[in-house]
Ligand binder design. Structure first.
Ligand code: APR
Length: 421
């Protein structure tokens, strides 16, 4: 369904207009587009939602503040869990999105340099996740949406949301040429990440925020050097380290660091030395570092995930620490729940699924927050004794050992890692 552009004029009389000269009338003309869903943000969440809506014939307009080139290069997550792969397949997008993306069925957990393989697929009936760097998924989602005639507007500045509690919300913004636009819609999807504008319009008191700070910093380094054979988690007294493939010739590497640590403390040589020590491989090859950053290990959930006709999706509603790789996967789940809700509302006049949106999403969000915390405790505390003390270190090692000795424990871990349900 194509969006229909027309023109509208908004007249504003400033309250502060000087009395003697009469009111100053500012005339703002908008290029107006009518659509069903205005989607703010073209990350994994917004683009997935846009594609699913397109598949069920519901019109939408996507507004993204960055350029297409920027969005397509942004590197982040790398594993799409089974549930999400199955979801894309069910919506007829599996082949386009995952062509050539290898399955991911084994991880290595290395303790004090001694590695053991954990074959997730042995515990999931052969079901596996797919390795798909987020920027590849984003590029393909953009391609399929535009090929299907989708309306995706990059470099949209000053996005503002209006009338969210009425029947006809509006979103205004300015394009790169300076033209003012207005999108008149039925629903707004806030898919603009943790630092976006959507959540900020929710009045204080209408949403509750739950935050957890792990008190750990995480150095992340992207390098043009192949990763270890399997996704690697390394535990040692020197601190936690992890390595994951980002395509055949690049890797994303993680090192536990101090909270509030400074990148200046991590010149490339120090990073490679620490990585070698923590994974127990003196001969580990280094390569050009293409991106380096420090993130604080923090999690946050905003409840409920909706306000009036605004629905928050993905990072705009919750962030989760990277352990377990659930950030992008939660975003994909939210997007599908919202797409189904909008379809029911638009096609069948049934708004019940939309009313249940927040509750359905939050169930999975909290389940994965719990998993992510469980895994963080197990892997970080079993290494660095300064984090929680020697007693908890022994507990964490016992928990880790159980994965290799108890089928029930292995089942649970594999099920959550692969995203079986
Ligand atoms: N106007 C328009 N677009 C905006 C605005 C704004 N005011 N603010 C942010 N955006 C855009 C960003 O430029 C970005 O492209 O919204 C998008 C949000 O994308 P992500 O941050 O990737 O968030 P999300 O789509 O929820 O991603 C889900 O994938 O890898 C993970 O860390 C990522 O956990 C996150 C997940």
């Amino acid at each position: 369904m194509a969006a229909s552009p027309f023109l509208s004029v908004l007249v504003t009389i400033p309250l502060t207009a000087p009395a003697r000269r009469g009111p100053v009338i500012l005339v703002t003309s908008y290029e107006t587009t009518a659509t069903t869903v205005a989607i703010i943000g073209a990350g994994a969440a917004g683009l997935t939602l846009a594609n699913l809506l397109q598949r069920c014939g519901v019109s939408c307009v996507v507004l993204e503040r960055q350029s297409r080139a920027y969005v397509e290069k942004r590197q982040r997550a790398g594993v799409v869990e089974h549930r999400a792969v199955r979801m894309f397949e069910e919506w007829g997008l599996g082949d386009e999105l995952f062509a050539g993306a290898p399955a991911s069925g084994t991880i290595e957990i290395r303790v004090d340099g001694a590695g053991r393989l954990f074959h997730e697929s042995e515990y999931t009936g052969g079901v596996q996740s797919r390795m798909c760097p987020q920027q590849i998924l984003v590029q393909r989602l953009i391609g399929t949406f535009l090929d299907g005639g989708g309306d995706l507007r990059f470099e949209s500045a000053g996005v503002a949301l209006h009338d969210l509690t009425g029947d006809q919300p509006r979103v205004t913004y300015q394009d790169a040429a300076g033209t003012q636009h207005e999108i008149v819609c039925q629903f707004v999807a806030g898919c603009d990440g943790d630092h976006g504008v959507s959540r900020t319009v929710v009045p204080a008191g209408a949403m509750r925020t739950y935050t957890y700070d792990y008190g750990i910093g995480l150095l992340t380094v992207l390098a043009d050097v192949p990763a270890s054979r399997y996704p690697l988690f390394a535990v040692s007294e020197h601190g936690f380290a992890a390595r994951f493939a980002r395509g055949p010739n690049a890797s994303r590497n993680y090192l536990q660091c101090l909270p509030g640590d400074d990148l200046a403390n991590w010149p490339d040589d120090r990073f490679w030395d620490e990585l070698r020590q923590r994974v127990g491989e003196d001969g580990l090859a280094s390569g050009p570092v293409t991106e380096k950053g420090i993130v604080e290990m923090r999690s946050r959930v905003h409840e409920p995930m909706s306000y009036g006709r605004l629905f928050l999706v993905g990072d705009a509603a919750h962030i989760i620490n990277p352990m377990g790789g659930k950030g992008m996967n939660l975003a994909l789940h939210d997007a599908e729940v919202l797409a189904r809700g909008v379809r029911a509302a638009v096609r069948d006049g049934d708004e019940a699924p939309l009313r249940a949106y927040s509750e359905i999403c939050l169930r999975r969000v909290w389940d994965h927050q719990e998993f992510s915390r469980w895994m963080t405790e197990m892997l970080y505390e079993s290494g660095d004794v300064s984090l929680a003390g020697p007693f908890r270190q022994r507990l964490a090692r016992a928990r880790l050992e159980r994965l290799f000795t108890s089928r029930a424990a292995a089942n649970m871990f594999a099920e959550l890692m692969v995203g079986l349900t």
